[in-house]
Design a protein around this ligand. Structure first.
Ligand SMILES: NC(=O)c1ccc[n+]([C@@H]2O[C@H](COP(=O)([O-])OP(=O)(O)OC[C@H]3O[C@@H](n4cnc5c(N)ncnc54)[C@H](O)[C@@H]3O)[C@@H](O)[C@H]2O)c1
Length: 272
C-alpha cells in the first residue's frame, strides 16, 4: 500500500490576467490611415476589438479598415479632419453607432510641423498645435458619454513623443505640441478617473513611418539615430502599437496618468 500523499496547503490561485482584448468595446483611432495609427488599429483587431479609423487620407483609412475586417472585427472608416472641432461630435456618434460601443480612444493623428523658430509662422504653429494637441483634448471632451455607455474599463492613449521631454531646434511647434499632450493627459487622467476611466500617453522614439521619411532621406540621419539608441535600430510601428494596446486593456487596469517611453533606450542614456 502506498503512503498517503502529503497534504499540501496551496495559496489561493493568483488571478488570471485579463487578456489584451478586454474590454471588448470599440476603439477610435485617429491617424489610423498610416504608420502608428494603422498598426494600432490592426493590433486591436487582432485581439477582437472593433475599430473606427479617422484620417484625412481616405484611401489609407479604407486600407486599414479592410485589413481589420479580414481579422474578423467590425471596422469603420471615416474621413475626418481632427482639426475641425465642429465635425467631431457627429463623426463620433457615427463611429459609436457602427461599432456598437466606444470604450477606447487613441490619438495618433499628427503632423511634424518642421520649422526652426526663424521660419515659424502662424500657419505652421496653428496646424501643428491644432492637430497634435487641441484635437486630443477636444475629442476627449466628447468621449465621456460614449465611455459611460460602454461601461467600466474605458480608456484613452494619446501619442506624444520623446520630443515631449527634449528639445529639437527644427521642431519648435512639434515639441510644444508633444509636451502639451503630456499636460492634457495628466489633466484628463484626474477628470476621467472620477468616472473610472483611464488616460495615458505613449512617447515613441524614432519609428519607421511615412512621417520620418524626409528625415531618413538626409545623409547619416538613420545611422546617427541607430548609434544613439541602445537597441541600435529604429522601431517598427507594431512596436509602438503593442504597448498602446496593452495600455488600453484590462491588464493595465491600475495605470493612469502615466507616460510610457518606447524608444529603444535612447532617452535613458543620452539627450536627443
Ligand atoms: N514616426 C515617428 O518617429 C514618431 C515618433 C514619435 C511620435 N510620433 C507620433 O506618432 C503619431 C503617428 O505618426 P506616424 O509616425 O504614424 O505618422 P504618419 O504620417 O504615418 O501618420 C499620421 C497620420 O495622421 C493623419 N493626419 C494628419 N493630419 C490629420 C488631420 N488633420 N486629421 C486626421 N488625420 C490626420 C495622416 O493622414 C496620417 O495618416 C504622430 O502623433 C507622431 O507625432 C511619431
Amino acid at each position: 500500500m502506498s503512503a498517503p500523499a502529503p497534504s499540501v496547503t496551496l495559496s489561493p490561485a493568483a488571478p488570471v490576467p485579463e487578456p489584451l482584448g478586454t474590454p471588448g468595446t470599440g476603439v477610435l483611432v485617429t491617424g489610423g490611415g498610416s504608420g502608428i495609427g494603422r498598426a494600432t488599429a490592426v493590433a486591436l483587431a487582432e485581439v477582437g476589438r472593433p475599430v473606427a479609423v479617422w484620417d484625412i487620407d481616405a484611401a489609407g483609412a479604407a486600407a486599414t479598415v479592410a485589413r481589420c475586417r479580414e481579422l474578423g472585427v467590425v471596422a469603420h472608416a471615416a474621413v475626418v479632419d481632427v482639426a475641425d472641432s465642429a465635425g467631431i461630435p457627429g463623426a463620433m456618434a457615427a463611429a459609436a453607432d457602427d461599432l456598437g460601443s466606444l470604450g477606447g480612444f487613441v490619438h495618433a493623428a499628427g503632423v511634424p510641423g518642421a520649422a526652426e523658430v526663424d521660419d515659424l509662422d502662424d500657419a505652421v504653429w496653428d496646424d501643428t498645435l491644432n492637430v497634435n494637441l487641441r484635437a486630443a483634448a477636444i475629442i476627449c471632451r466628447h468621449l465621456l458619454d460614449p465611455f459611460r455607455a460602454a461601461g467600466p474599463g474605458s480608456s484613452v492613449v494619446l501619442i506624444s513623443s520623446i520630443e515631449g521631454f527634449f528639445g529639437s531646434s527644427v521642431l519648435t511647434a512639434y515639441c510644444a505640441s508633444k509636451g502639451g499632450v503630456l499636460g492634457v493627459m495628466r489633466s484628463l487622467a484626474q477628470r476621467f478617473a472620477t468616472e473610472g476611466f483611464r488616460v495615458n500617453a505613449v512617447c515613441p522614439g524614432a519609428v519607421a513611418t511615412p512621417m520620418l521619411e524626409p528625415a531618413f532621406a538626409l545623409p547619416g540621419f538613420r545611422e546617427q539615430i541607430e548609434e544613439r539608441t541602445p537597441l541600435r535600430r529604429i522601431a517598427t510601428p507594431d512596436e509602438i502599437a503593442r504597448p498602446v494596446r496593452f495600455l488600453l486593456s484590462a491588464e493595465a487596469s491600475f495605470i493612469t496618468g502615466a507616460h510610457l517611453t518606447v524608444d529603444g533606450g535612447m532617452t535613458a542614456v543620452t539627450a536627443i
